[in-house]
Write a new protein. Structure first.
Length: 332
């Protein structure tokens, strides 16, 4: 049994991880989360209260972080400003949380000699051509495109430097696009599902040719647990489940499962600097750690996700109109 400190545990992937850990292991979990617009305590309902604790606070608050890290065995760092579109309109919070917040956490982990796992993204590698036979590997050079991905790249480099210069006991994982329950309605899949529920046509940026490599949030969680357990200190592991799909195909799949015509969507203005394609080669994770994804059927995963949003309107409804109003201002 270990005591995990999970930053950003009230967000999409963090909350999925907390549910997963408390179900699959005997670890205890303390969540540290600022509850920004993206954090939601409702995502942490129904957890065993004897093994779960929630602290509202900022990862950049050094005094608060110091005490919490001292009382943990492992820090699992999910907290971030995570949405590319937001980073294009107001980058500053991305620097404060993703760079300074990570710095504060690794300083505390180094001081107290604690195991640290840093959650990052495939976006640090930039993008690929549609016909590129190569996929991202741990050796791909960093080449981030957006304010979001550049701050994530910066945070990864901080962790690497702290490992080398200070002996920080850290691992890093870079995962592809997640889907599943508890994802904010600003993100692609939940936005389109909740649009259709509301009678609004899905919105495809540009031509819809951009490719994302989809993985279920539970597969991300099992990979992170496996890396914490078996990963080698200082190493980076790419997490992906061979789920490449272009955005047009994803929208058409959602429309099909929601009983709509496959062309019932609109093309809207493209995202500036829009990465064309992400694709992960997760060979190292599979061969060195022995991890395998469990959710290989994207079609079935999307059906389950649609059902979750239909059944949990109370969870997403409060965010929907404000999110759509923001997109409308941007012509998206
Ligand atoms: P999210 O936006 O849904 O959740 C982020 C959480 O962090 C929220 O609960 C928010 O309140 C909290 N937070 C933000 N700033 C904070 C601060 N200063 N102090 C404390 N808490 C703060 O994000 P997500 O999609 O769940 O992503 C989680 C992590 O996974 C991020 O590090 C992201 O870069 C990474 N990641 C995401 C994906 C994806 O597909 N969403 C893929 C790969 C990696
Ligand atoms: O690759 C991992 C990354 O995946 C994470 O690091 C990020 O935190 C996460 O937000 C996600 O980034 P993307 O920018 O790929 O995700 P998003 O859901 O914003 O968009 C997915 C794709 O869909 C992208 O090509 C843009 C497009 N899109 C998005 C929205 C919101 C649309 O076509 N229409 C939309 O309405």
């Amino acid at each position: 049994m270990s005591r995990l400190l999970v930053t950003g545990g009230a967000g999409f992937i963090g909350s999925n991880f907390v549910h997963y850990v408390l179900k699959e292991t005997d670890h205890t979990v303390t969540v540290l989360d600022k509850l920004t617009y993206a954090g939601n305590l409702e995502s942490l309902k129904g957890l065993p209260q004897d093994r779960f604790n929630f602290v509202r606070g900022d990862i950049a608050d050094a005094a608060l972080v110091d005490g919490l890290v001292a009382g943990a065995d492992v820090v699992v760092h999910y907290a971030a400003e995570s949405h590319n579109d937001n980073s294009l309109h107001d980058p500053r919070p991305f620097l404060d949380t993703n760079i300074i917040g990570t710095y504060v956490l690794i300083e505390a982990a180094r001081k107290h000699g604690k195991r640290f796992h840093h959650i990052s993204t495939d976006e640090v590698y930039g993008d690929l051509e549609l016909d590129d036979p190569e996929r991202f590997t741990e050796q791909t050079p960093y080449n981030p495109s957006s304010p979001y991905s550049s701050t994530k790249a910066g945070s990864d480099l901080l962790v690497r430097a702290w490992v080398r210069s200070f002996g920080l006991q850290a691992t890093i994982s870079n995962c592809s696009n997640n889907y599943g329950p508890y994802q904010h309605v600003e993100k692609f899949i939940p936005r389109q599902i909740t649009n259709v529920i509301d009678g609004i046509r899905p919105k495809l940026y540009g031509k819809g040719e951009n490719v994302r490599d989809w993985i279920h949030a539970n597969d991300h969680s099992s990979a992170v647990l496996a890396i914490i357990d078996k990963g080698i200190i200082g190493e980076t592991y790419l997490i992906g489940a061979d789920g490449e799909k272009n955005n047009k195909d994803v929208v058409e799949l959602i429309l099909k499962h929601m009983g709509q015509s496959p062309d019932a969507y609109d093309h809207v203005v493209d995202r500036p600097g829009h990465d064309l394609r992400y694709a992960i080669d997760s060979t190292r994770l599979r061969t060195d750690i022995g991890w395998e994804p469990q959710f290989s059927n994207f079609d079935a995963g999307i059906e389950d996700t649609i059902a979750w949003y239909r059944e949990n309107e109370d969870w997403w409804r409060p965010q929907k109109s404000v999110t759509e109003a923001k997109y409308k201002e941007q012509g998206q």
